[in-house]
Design a protein around this ligand. Structure first.
Ligand code: CO
Length: 201
């Protein structure tokens, strides 16, 4: 099958700031939506990234995909993966999701977005969530997730409401991905906060 790489919309495009509309069962099962899902998967793997929402490729519909492949984690020290609760996640399609916060305790880590290319910031996220929605066949779907998985779900579902991580980040931690890699990627989050005079409790 041919790969389809879609254009990733960047901040400043209105579609990223508009609430997306839910899909009907007929729409979900249509060849158009199935083709879009396949193209979004190709686009996410090409980027590469761990999550992609339809507005990021120009569609104002409540559809997102997530996937965190083992190969993406190979270069990351095991203690960093453990600290984030990051484990490989299989490819998953989430349609018309409702997010419930199960544990409001917040985790704080750097986060990026394919629509805010080249930047990263510290973003607090709820530690544990439940997501209810539909899968790619229109079947009911319930996901209980914690830590990194919960973070990705919150980030992608935010996209479906016109929200970006910029709206919830700690602004003083906003930096280029290059500077993050150069100076901060191996520094504990609490030390980053103190270095940048970020008060966060
Ligand atoms: Co994003």
């Amino acid at each position: 099958m041919t790969e389809t790489i879609l254009k990733l919309r960047q901040i400043g495009e209105l579609v990223l700031r508009q609430p997306a509309r839910p899909l009907s069962l007929d729409e979900i099962q249509s060849p158009e939506t199935q083709r879009l899902i396949a193209a979004m998967r190709d686009t996410l793997r090409d980027a590469p990234g761990v999550g992609l929402a339809a507005p990021q490729v120009g569609y104002g519909i409540q559809l997102a995909i997530i996937e965190d492949r083992a190969e993406y984690q190979q270069a990351i020290p095991p203690e960093q993966l453990a600290e984030r609760g990051r484990q490989p996640l299989p490819f998953q399609v989430i349609i018309n999701p409702k997010l419930n916060i199960i544990d409001p305790a917040q985790n704080l880590f750097f986060e990026g977005c394919l629509s805010v290319a080249g930047f990263t910031a510290l973003v607090p996220r709820a530690a544990r969530v439940r997501v209810e929605g539909l899968d790619e066949n229109g079947e009911p779907l319930t996901i209980e997730a914690e830590d990194w998985h919960a973070r990705i779900l919150q980030h992608e579902i935010d996209h479906l409401h016109g929200r970006l991580y910029l709206d919830s980040m700690l602004p003083r931690s906003f930096m280029t991905s290059a500077n993050h890699a150069r100076f901060w990627k191996d520094v504990p989050v609490c030390e980053v906060c103190s270095a940048f005079q970020i008060s966060y409790t």
